[in-house]
Ligand binder design. Structure first.
Ligand code: ATR
Length: 287
């Protein structure tokens, strides 16, 4: 479909974050708008946390259709919305904003995207299974609560700052009393190890877990939320140990696809978006 050139009727979306210049979201969304012939465009804006309220208000005044919010804005934005969708209320974080005639609506498309990608990319089953989750920051908290809501049998929450893992464990006890939680490494096998720490992003990073305390041979599947580099030290070690392993590109794809559908009301062209991500992130033209 032919996409109209930018003109006075062009609708705008943006991602706000800091840092933002390596974001793959513009490539993914602009490819989707073009594929559907929509006169929409998506840009990335560096926004400091202290200016987030003004930036959101500015986008509203300028008639933007929607926003994505990324690090460090997702938690801050919860109190800045006129309304919160059930997803944003449940996960207490906003990564997608829709501007409507009634004001701003905040959504969270991250939590569902984790599960969709785990099922699609790793074919992992969660209900009744054991999961080792590494990391208890913003992403770790959302993943932990979402996994608990998927009725995993037992969650092992491991984090450098142990008190943060303990806080999430207490919240799971309150909200999901049927799920067993511990804040230590598992002694036996687990179905999934999920990395939600930022360890692996930098070339000098090591593994986000202690191999003296947990041997990757005890895991069937390993998922790293990091997607750049494509193979983190954890994924490399997991494959060497015989695990089925996948990076977080599918999570990025599915949170974006859901945001696209919220803004445009149209079905997201997943294959187009996936190809655009592969090209932008890994430089692979025709995967
Ligand atoms: P995000 O929103 O991406 O989750 P975050 O909230 O800053 O970002 O969380 C980063 C996660 O990576 C945390 O679990 C953090 O551990 P702490 O809670 O102890 O800070 C983890 N992390 C970051 N750098 C780390 C390092 N060098 N070693 C171990 N864990 C690290």
């Amino acid at each position: 479909m032919v996409q109209p050139a930018i003109n006075a009727a062009t609708r705008l979306c943006a991602v706000f974050g800091s840092p933002i210049k390596h974001s793959a979201s513009p490539a993914m969304h602009n490819a989707a708008f073009a594929a559907l012939g929509l006169n929409w465009r998506y840009v990335a804006c560096e926004v400091e946390p202290k200016l987030l309220p003004e930036a959101i208000e500015g986008a509203r005044i300028l008639g933007f259709a929607g926003l994505n919010l990324t690090v460090p804005h997702k938690l801050l934005a919860v109190d800045m919305m006129d309304q919160l969708d059930a997803s944003a209320k449940k996960w207490a974080a906003v990564n997608t904003v829709q501007f409507t005639s009634h004001g701003t609506i905040g959504y969270n498309t991250d939590a569902e995207a984790i599960i969709t990608s785990l099922r699609e990319d790793l074919k992992v089953s969660l209900a009744g299974n054991k999961v080792l989750l590494l990391g208890a920051g913003g992403a770790g908290r959302t993943a932990a609560l979402k996994l608990a809501s998927e009725k995993v049998a037992e969650l092992y929450l491991v984090n450098r700052t142990q008190s943060k893992a303990a806080e999430i464990a207490a919240e799971i006890h309150r909200q999901f009393p049927g799920v067993k939680v511990s804040t230590d490494y598992p002694k036996a096998e687990v179905n999934l190890v999920l990395n939600a720490t930022s360890l692996g992003l930098k070339p000098e990073d090591g593994l986000p877990m202690d191999q003296q305390r947990f041997n990757l041979k005890q895991a069937r599947h390993v998922y790293d939320m990091i997607y750049r580099p494509a193979e983190t030290p954890l994924l490399k070690a997991a494959r060497a140990a015989g695990c089925k392993a996948e990076n977080g590109l599918g999570m990025l794809l599915h949170q974006g696809a859901k945001a696209f559908e919220i803004w445009t009301g149209q079905t997201a062209p997943l294959d187009v978006m996936r190809r655009a991500l592969m090209e932008n992130v890994y430089g692979i033209a025709n995967p």
